[in-house]
Design a protein around this ligand. Structure first.
Ligand code: NDP
Length: 466
């Protein structure tokens, strides 16, 4: 059995891939088990060299990979190119981590030396989403392989082709057969089989809160290690003293990038009341100027959404807010009417002002090109609004006053806080959320620790302590 991968801009079938089964997961795990002794016995430096070669191959094929990513995911070609370059950077970052960087040594009293060693977990699993399918592949695969694990990965059905190409590149770069195995197919079938497979000792998942809850509960049966990155509803706070132009272009760039389908997109904009009227006019101009179209068309900033169901979800949330008079739609708020867009999953870039607290637009992760704006009177209120969410992935504050920034950094409930920026996630910096945004961190040395088992060793060098 197969399933179709379609271009979300046109509905054209790009490929038919195997609809994997539980048995396929079993076969992939056997391959990963067989590859484990040799791969985990290599030094970190040797493993890093494979990632280094893969990074170079990804760079050499940026154009081809970016076109494939745009075709299956929908994002503008410029953004796809950025993502592929970012993936090469991540693989390169992990290739450069020095041997045993996350290990510790303590000289203790009584002649005791203590070593805390990071050791491979073994055969591991990853489930990735369709919104950033190359970058998130790089985050998980780079760290898992460097730490000495072998891996079975399930790509999202909405964007599996680019991960398959990247896996092939790793093979060309010298990754031994079986060290990385991809199984395509439905989340409920192969995703759940991966989580339930007893020989898989850790699962790293990025996706929705709902699926994350399911995975967490299934993983509990085997007390499996889990890393969960479950998205966010990131607030962006613009203070009265912020650089107005930078803040406006930041809000637009970081909300509408990838058609608003990024876990750290600006999903709620809070603006000081003194600048709200001026900001409203400027934002409206900036959002209506965003060109919508196929990701390969020049100048396009808004591609189609990845799936029809995703567009329906976003449209329902907007329609509900309008019906309940929870805000004023300034632009967008609908599926485009032109025939030009009829075959794709397009949704107009949307700006909704004066959104009331309690609206689902503020409580849920709105994964599409919709920016809800609410004004505030003082920082206490801004922080309260920002923290009034079950999520806690990212948050940003835009101000020229370092004291305001410091105060917000301390009080915002988020795993990552930006000042006068949003969304930037470099591979050196741990990334992950608090509250229901998930568990654990990706990137940086914390990712190596998360893909390792810690083993503590105490060596008694002298008989006096016995
Ligand atoms: P899901 O969480 O359902 O999908 C993410 C991945 O999990 C995919 O590979 C999917 O496979 C897999 N999966 C689905 N169900 C299961 C399961 N029961 N067990 C194991 N794996 C499973 O997200 P959706 O694609 O349905 O998107 C829905 C919403 O989730 C979005 O609108 C957005 O709000 C949020 N989301 C957030 C992301 C983020 O980065 N924050 C990323 C993606 C989604 P398959 O593709 O085959 O279904």
């Amino acid at each position: 059995m197969t399933f179709e991968v379609r271009d979300p801009a046109s509905g054209e079938v790009l490929a038919r891939l195997p609809l994997g089964t539980r048995e396929d997961i079993g076969t992939a795990v056997e391959a990963a088990e067989a590859a484990l002794p040799e791969w985990s016995a290599r030094t970190m430096r040797e493993r890093g060299r494979v990632l280094e070669r893969a990074a170079a191959l990804v760079r050499a094929r940026v154009g081809q990979l970016a076109r494939q990513l745009t075709a299956e995911q929908g994002k503008p070609l410029r953004e796809a190119t950025d993502e592929i370059r970012g993936t090469a950077n991540v693989l390169e970052y992990y290739s450069g981590i020095s041997a045993n960087a996350a290990d510790e040594f303590h000289r203790l009293s009584g002649g005791i030396d203590a070593f805390v060693l990071c050791r491979p977990i073994g055969v591991t699993g990853a489930i990735i989403p369709w919104n950033m399918p190359a970058l998130i592949f790089g985050w998980k695969v780079g760290a898992a392989l460097l730490a000495g694990n072998t891996l079975v990965l399930k790509p999202a059905s909405g964007a599996p082709l680019t991960p398959l190409s990247l896996a092939q590149i790793l093979g060309e770069a010298g990754l031994p057969a079986g060290a990385l195995n991809l199984v395509t197919g439905a989340g409920e079938e192969v995703g759940e089989a991966l989580v339930l497979e007893p020989r898989i000792r850790k699962i790293s998942f990025t996706g929705s809160l709902e699926t994350g809850r399911r995975i967490y509960s299934l993983a509990a049966q085997e007390i499996k290690r889990v890393t969960l990155e479950l998205g966010g509803s990131d607030p962006m706070i613009i203070c009265a003293d912020a650089d107005f132009n930078r803040a406006i272009s930041g809000a637009v760039a970081h909300r509408f990038y990838n058609c608003g389908q990024v876990c750290t997109s600006v999903k709620r904009l809070f603006v000081h009341e003194s600048i709200a009227p001026a900001l409203e006019a400027r934002l409206e101009n900036a959002v209506t100027a965003l060109q919508m179209g196929r990701g390969t068309d020049p100048g396009v900033r808004i591609g189609p959404m990845n799936s029809h169901s995703g567009r329906t979800r976003v449209a329902c949330l907007v329609d509900e807010a309008v019906e309940r008079e929870e805000g004023r739609v300034l632009c967008g708020g609908q599926v485009p009417r032109s025939n030009k867009f009829a075959a794709g999953n397009f949704y107009e870039p949307t700006l909704i002002m004066d959104v009331v607290p309690g609206s689902r637009l503020l409580r849920e992760e709105v994964f599409g090109p919709v920016l809800p704006v609410t004004s505030f009177t003082d920082m206490d209120q801004a922080i309260a609004l920002a923290n009034d969410s079950p999520y806690g992935l990212g948050a940003s504050v835009w101000t020229s006053d370092p004291r305001t920034a410091r105060d917000a950094i301390e009080r915002l409930q988020a795993g990552i806080v930006w000042v006068n920026h949003h969304t930037k996630v470099p591979p050196e910096v741990p990334f992950g959320g608090v509250k229901q945004s998930g568990l654990g961190r990706e990137n940086g040395l914390q990712a190596i620790q998360a893909w390792s088992e810690s083993k503590s060793i105490l060596i008694n060098k002298g008989i006096e302590s016995l």
